[in-house]
Design a protein around this ligand. Structure first.
Ligand SMILES: C[S@@+](CC[C@H](N)C(=O)[O-])C[C@H]1O[C@@H](n2cnc3c(N)ncnc32)[C@H](O)[C@@H]1O
Length: 237
């Protein structure tokens, strides 16, 4: 199958969800074949030794750098790239169909301000140098319902340590979910972390959509159901 051929070397142990889905249509396959080699962060930069300044990844200087973890089909990331052409964006999504959909969407638009990884986002987080990011989005992460799978959740004390290390002072960690008990888990973990504080607006009311919020595909679909969203916005102290 086309989509399997393009996967390349991957860190299979660290991604628990699915990596492939239905065979890609031709346009998505072409976008994946042509753009992924151009925009993917080279593996020699992913040292996981906290020594990668993100400026090294971009051709032009950036006024800020943001990371989006698990961008799905990338609608949110595409909108950010369009709204902030002077920022650099790094997106991680291990699901090949999501990556291909994103690359197809940006193929005919300006896209030099994004770099991607089709693998575990923590490979990027562990590689980036200290205090180099302005913000991190973790939107609708997989909830991993079963207790024995909770250690797979992307928001964990260990990963929060890395996010605290790579965010600059005042940098934002923006999390969302429509799963009530995942919201509680993420709120508890980030609140307990000594390097993060919830913004007063989010602490006062985390269920109202923040101004200027871009809805992801997952959120748009979920919003048809009865569940309510939580928007958990923290700052690096
Ligand atoms: C429920 S989906 C949400 C997608 C998107 N953020 C949205 O709101 O539409 C969760 C996404 O996280 C991705 N994901 C899972 N583990 C990941 C990891 N270790 N690093 C980066 N992304 C991951 C999945 O492939 C999936 O696309």
């Amino acid at each position: 199958m086309h989509c399997r051929r393009s996967l390349g070397k991957q860190n299979t142990k660290r991604v628990y969800g699915r990596r492939t889905g239905r065979p890609l249509n031709k346009e998505r396959q072409v976008a994946l074949d042509e753009l992924l080699p151009v925009l993917q962060i080279p593996s020699d930069k992913l040292t996981e030794k906290a020594n990668l300044p993100p400026q090294e990844l971009f051709n032009d200087p950036t006024s800020a750098v943001w990371l989006e973890i698990g961008f799905g089909s990338g609608e949110h990331l595409t909108a950010l790239m369009h709204d902030h052409p002077d920022y650099g964006f790094i997106g991680a999504e291990p699901f090949v169909n999501g990556m291909a959909a994103f690359l197809k969407d940006i193929k005919d638009k300006p896209h030099d301000n994004v770099r991607v990884l089709m693998d575990d986002a923590m490979m990027i987080a562990n590689s980036l140098s200290d205090e180099c990011l302005d913000g991190i989005y973790v939107l609708n992460p997989d909830p991993w319902h079963k207790a024995r799978h909770h250690k797979r959740r992307i928001i964990s004390p260990k990963n929060l340590d890395q996010f605290a290390r790579i965010l600059r002072t005042g940098g934002q960690l923006i999390m969302s979910t429509d799963v009530e008990y995942l919201a509680e888990w993420m709120l508890e973990a980030a609140t307990a972390h000594p390097s993060f504080t919830q913004t007063p607006e989010s602490a006062k009311d985390c269920h109202t959509t923040p101004p200027g919020w871009i809805k992801t595909r997952y959120e748009q679909k979920g919003a048809k159901g009865s569940s309510r969203m939580s928007y958990l916005i923290f700052k690096r102290l």
